[in-house]
Design a protein around this ligand. Structure first.
Ligand SMILES: Cc1cc2nc3c(=O)[nH]c(=O)nc-3n(C[C@H](O)[C@H](O)[C@H](O)COP(=O)(O)OP(=O)(O)OC[C@H]3O[C@@H](n4cnc5c(N)ncnc54)[C@H](O)[C@@H]3O)c2cc1C
Length: 476
């Protein structure tokens, strides 16, 4: 007898209910990863995510082998592969962890029905969230649209999780033919642009756990104070590990409780609340599945986005060549490392959607391709929030001023100097607005606007006024 464990974005052995359920059958367990063709989702992982996935699968296979098992990797239509594997091994059960993006949900429902019709027992398990998206609702049984109320309801419902540790040994998987090597999936870039990713990240369950311990034993104490300063490593950097399910939020919560008792007490409350924003993103994606491409607030469907020079401006933004230091620093950090600090994500997203009037969907797509933590729920939430058209959104008239944001959150210029080294010699006073510096000062700092560093592509004041005028048209 065999149970198939279909691993997708739960690339871990710790606190993995699908693995536990497969083991509980007492059968041989076949851990499988299926690389499905593009047609199964319009949200195929982008380049940075694929890089991460490759390393994470390698690490998972190593962890399985240490315990007497291994990862079977296959390529093709998910349903066909599962059916073939079941036929070949005589498997009677398939277990997997639930995913919530609309196209994957549809596919999984179809697969579940087909496998059940073929006589297999099929079970999906909750594993990626503290609460399933349907478990939290308003008194009127409606989904929440406001984070504070949503999170209050979550906190009230929180119980201490009891995550099950990774087993020491696993039953050997059945011998089967076929499958492909990890390299054959072609997840790594053909032209090697990934040096920055390699230097920055260490994917896999082991480092996810290590990072969590390090963060909870150190930085978390200053998290609420330092989390907004991009020049300081003050946040957990757990987002890509969470996205790929290398650690579960339940495990994180239990580690928090182990150390601090109450997860809503200082100094961890602010950090746990951010994990709550992730839950909120999934709650919204589940209940409003159209939102990766359409504004939650329907008023914004007819927003008068810019039509001139959009391609060129989008390219300059993507490449960190807007002439606005805080924006360029963020976009260059993203390109180099596959990550951008949250404060700066808001600044660059506001600049794109408001100062340039370029649709948030274009920005979200670029993030999707370049972020190692690209996540349909959190990315959609972040972009719609900043653009002002989502749940609990920043009001549209709130246009982040990248100069003020820089002065406030990067006061010593550490962040901008790191990513825009051509501005390094400018004094702090002008670092966030080089165009305001006297010519002699620019010259002595070796800065020539339009040559060594771009002149600002828009006037911040005028473009803000244009954005507010556009908003007046949809305000109703
Ligand atoms: C425009 C925009 C796009 C974004 N796109 C993504 C994305 O694709 N994937 C992604 O994981 N996050 C996204 N975020 C949210 C946030 O920026 C990142 O989760 C955070 O920067 C990750 O860094 P960290 O792990 O050090 O976070 P920490 O500050 O240490 O927070 C801990 C965890 O909480 C979660 N979290 C924190 N802030 C948020 C938030 N605002 N929304 C949802 N979850 C949050 C993450 O899982 C994070 O790992 C986006 C935000 C914006 C404004």
């Amino acid at each position: 007898m065999t149970a198939i464990l279909w691993l997708r974005r739960d690339l871990r052995l710790d606190d993995n209910p699908a693995l536990q359920a497969a083991l509980a059958t007492g059968a041989a367990v076949l851990p499988v990863y299926i690389h499905a063709p593009d047609e199964e989702s319009p949200w195929e992982p982008g380049g940075a995510s694929r890089w991460w996935l490759h390393a994470s699968l390698r690490s998972l296979d190593a962890a399985l082998r240490e315990r007497g098992s291994r990862l079977h990797i296959a390529r093709g239509d998910s349903l066909n592969v599962l059916k073939q594997l079941a036929a070949e091994t005589g498997a009677t059960q398939v277990h997997w962890s639930r995913l919530y993006d609309p196209s994957t949900r549809e596919r999984d429902t179809r697969i579940k029905q087909a496998l059940r019709a073929a006589g297999l027992r099929c079970e999906s398990h909750g594993s990626a969230l503290l609460f399933e998206p349907w478990e939290i609702s308003t008194a009127e049984h409606q989904p929440y649209r406001v984070f504070s109320a949503f999170w209050r309801a979550c906190v009230k419902a929180l119980t201490e999780p009891r995550p099950v540790a990774a087993p020491d040994r696993l039953p050997p998987p059945p011998e089967i033919d076929g499958g492909v090597s990890l390299d054959a999936l072609g997840l790594l870039p053909r032209i090697p642009w990934d040096d920055g990713l390699k230097a920055t990240w260490n994917p896999g369950e082991f480092s996810a756990r290590e990072r969590t311990e390090e963060f909870l034993d150190g930085q978390v104490a200053d998290y609420s104070e330092l989390r907004d300063q991009p020049g300081i490593p003050g946040t957990s950097r757990l987002a890509p590990h969470l996205h790929f399910g290398e650690i579960s939020p339940r495990r994180i919560l239990s580690m928090v409780i182990e150390r601090f008792g109450d997860p809503t007490a200082k100094p961890v409350e602010a950090f746990v609340r951010e994990v709550g924003w992730r839950e909120f993103g999934y709650h919204l994606l589940y209940h409003f599945p159209q939102t990766p491409t359409e504004p939650l607030n329907r008023q914004f469907a007819d927003f008068p986005w810019a039509s001139a020079e959009v391609e060129a401006q989008l390219r300059a933004w993507q490449r960190g060549q807007t002439g606005i230091p805080m924006v360029d620093a963020g976009m260059r950090e993203l390109w180099h490392s596959g990550w951008m600090h949250n404060r700066v994500r808001m600044v660059v997203a506001s600049f794109l959607t408001k100062n340039l009037l370029i649709p948030w969907q274009d920005g979200a797509r670029w993030f999707w391709d370049t972020l190692v933590d690209a996540d349909l729920a959190s990315n959609t939430l972040g972009w719609q929030w900043t653009a002002g058209c989502g749940a609990d959104a920043a009001p549209y008239f709130r246009v982040f001023n990248p100069v003020r944001q820089g002065e406030r959150f990067d006061p010593d210029g550490r962040y901008v100097r790191r990513w825009c080294p051509e501005l390094r010699e400018l004094p702090d006073k002008y670092l966030h607005q080089p165009w305001a510096a006297p010519e002699t000062l620019l010259r002595s700092a070796g800065v020539k606007l339009g040559e060594s560093y771009p002149a600002p592509m828009v006037d911040l004041g005028k473009s803000r006024a244009r954005a507010l005028a556009a908003y007046e048209q949809v305000k109703g």
